[in-house]
Design a protein around this ligand. Structure first.
Ligand code: NAP
Length: 253
């Protein structure tokens, strides 16, 4: 049974003040909403993604609202190699000296078909973007997260990362792997470096990915990314200090 947001949680206006938080896939959907909300609560947000124009639009929105300065870091997770992640870590080290939060959010859906019909190309893309890229990025960023003392690392899962279902193929496998990586890192890093590691299943949320996965569904029947943000704030803020190795649902069932 997954955990949910504590009923008594109310995010303080400045609950993320002075925190440096990196969000992947920050240009659209849930990542965009998280970046904007984290900034609104005082964080300096590093916007990472593959489409520069989308990242710039989020950057401009943060600046126009008068929130703390954001930064843009374009990176295509499909082709990025360890050197790219080391460069990212060096840049964060030089600019900020530490990283307080990392939200692994970027993912691709891949083919919605049986495993029997899944192409190797699509399998590789999904596993690379959804699982191998977060592994490499995490490995490179652990030292700057350790430097923060009590950093929060949040992985994005899915209901098919907890129970396999027909036609969810490589995406489902990548999310099971994500849950495993979360549990392993939680067991290793909390006692070692004070980094707490948890996962969020956003649940059906009105984004491009959801509309792609369910073309026949009325998009308005699902909550917007903004509506599921309280759990993201909770896990990134010190309100969840000590919470480690847990699987959360953003939308209670
Ligand atoms: P989305 O609207 O498709 O947004 C995904 C974001 O990831 C986009 O900003 C996209 O960039 C970025 N991205 C994709 N491939 C990338 C790559 N190779 N390199 C860098 N960035 C890349 O999806 P979403 O619905 O917000 O999903 C966010 C997370 O929630 C994902 O992990 C997803 O699996 C999970 N999730 C979503 C739902 C749902 O109902 N929406 C349910 C369960 C889990 P571009 O904008 O440039 O394409």
């Amino acid at each position: 049974m997954a955990d949910t947001l504590p009923h008594d949680f109310t995010p303080g206006d400045a609950c993320l003040q002075n925190k440096i938080i990196l969000v992947t896939g920050a240009g659209d959907g849930i990542g965009r909403a998280a970046a904007l909300r984290f900034a609104a609560h005082g964080a300096n947000v590093i916007l990472l993604g593959r489409t520069v124009e989308k990242l710039e639009a989020v950057y401009d929105e943060i600046e126009a609202a008068g929130h703390p300065q954001a930064a843009i870091y374009p990176l295509h997770l499909r082709g990025a190699v360890m050197q790219d992640y080391e460069q990212l870590a060096n840049t964060i080290e030089q600019e900020f000296g530490r990283l307080d939060g990392l939200l692994h959010n970027a993912s691709v859906l891949g083919q919605r078909r049986t495993l029997a019909q899944t192409t190797v190309d699509s399998w590789e893309e999904v596993l690379q973007v959804n699982l191998t890229a977060p592994f490499m990025m995490t490995q490179a960023l652990l030292p700057v997260m350790a430097a923060a003392g009590k950093a929060s690392l949040v992985f994005t899962s899915s209901s098919v990362g907890r129970k396999g279902r027909a036609y969810w193929g490589a995406y489902s496998v990548s999310k099971f792997g994500t849950e495993a990586m979360m549990q392993i890192l939680a067991d290793e890093e909390f006692s070692l470096n004070g980094i707490r590691v948890n996962s969020i299943n956003p649940g059906a949320t009105n984004t491009v990915m959801r509309r792609l996965a369910y073309p026949g569904e009325n998009p308005a029947s699902n909550p917007s990314p903004e509506e599921i943000m309280p759990l993201y704030l909770y896990l990134m803020s010190d309100d969840s200090a000590g919470v480690n190795g847990r699987q959360f649902d953003a939308q209670p069932k």
